[in-house]
Design a protein around this ligand. Structure first.
Ligand SMILES: Nc1ncnc2c1ncn2[C@@H]1O[C@H](COP(=O)(O)OP(=O)(O)O)[C@@H](O)[C@H]1O
Ligand SMILES: [Mg+2]
Length: 154
């Protein structure tokens, strides 16, 4: 069954430990979820980069290397991929400032401060919702698929 047979919608959720060992798993899982849309190699690479950046942020900044859970929710709505990546970690006091290119609170870890800029550049839409002490949700959208979407006859 593909998402075209299933009311043009397909959804998945993943919860995993905030370990850098799971970064690769998370990006491949999201990429694999989009396979039915026949995304281009460039689109797959963009999605993987954005997921990696968001998951790394949960591990390094959200949980500061301490144990925690990361949740990813993906929805495919026709050819539009929605991704939500959530942690229940420290949260961000000033989201606008955090999203500025080159801004990092962890220069000592050799962070480039470009994670949000990459997510913004490689995806079509980026929203960050965060509450200090409660956690962070990163929402991204990207239109996928080189083939034009074909409406199915009822
Ligand atoms: N999930 C998160 N939880 C807490 N803080 C975060 C999270 N994601 C990002 N931040 C904050 O936003 C800043 C900018 O993030 P980013 O652009 O990815 O740069 P970098 O990760 O290189 O610092 C981080 O330095 C951190 O202060
Ligand atoms: Mg980052």
């Amino acid at each position: 069954m593909n998402n075209r047979e299933y009311g043009n919608r397909n959804e998945m959720e993943l919860t995993f430990d905030a370990l850098s060992a799971n970064e690769g798993f998370a990006r491949v899982a999201v990429a694999a979820f989009t396979a039915d849309l026949n995304p281009t190699l460039e689109e797959i690479s963009d999605v993987k980069t954005a997921v990696s950046e968001a998951v790394t942020n949960c591990i390094i900044h959200g949980y500061e290397g301490k144990p925690g859970k990361i949740q990813i929710r993906c929805v495919l709505e026709r050819d539009l991929l929605h991704i939500e990546i959530e942690d229940k970690g420290t949260g961000i006091a000033d989201v606008e400032k955090a999203m500025e290119p080159l801004f990092t609170t962890r220069p000592e870890l050799d962070r480039s401060g470009m994670g949000f800029s990459f997510m913004e550049a490689f995806m079509d839409d980026l929203e960050v919702e965060s509450t200090p002490g409660e956690g962070t949700i990163v929402r991204m959208k990207k239109k996928l698929g080189c083939e034009p979407f074909i409406e199915q006859e009822e």
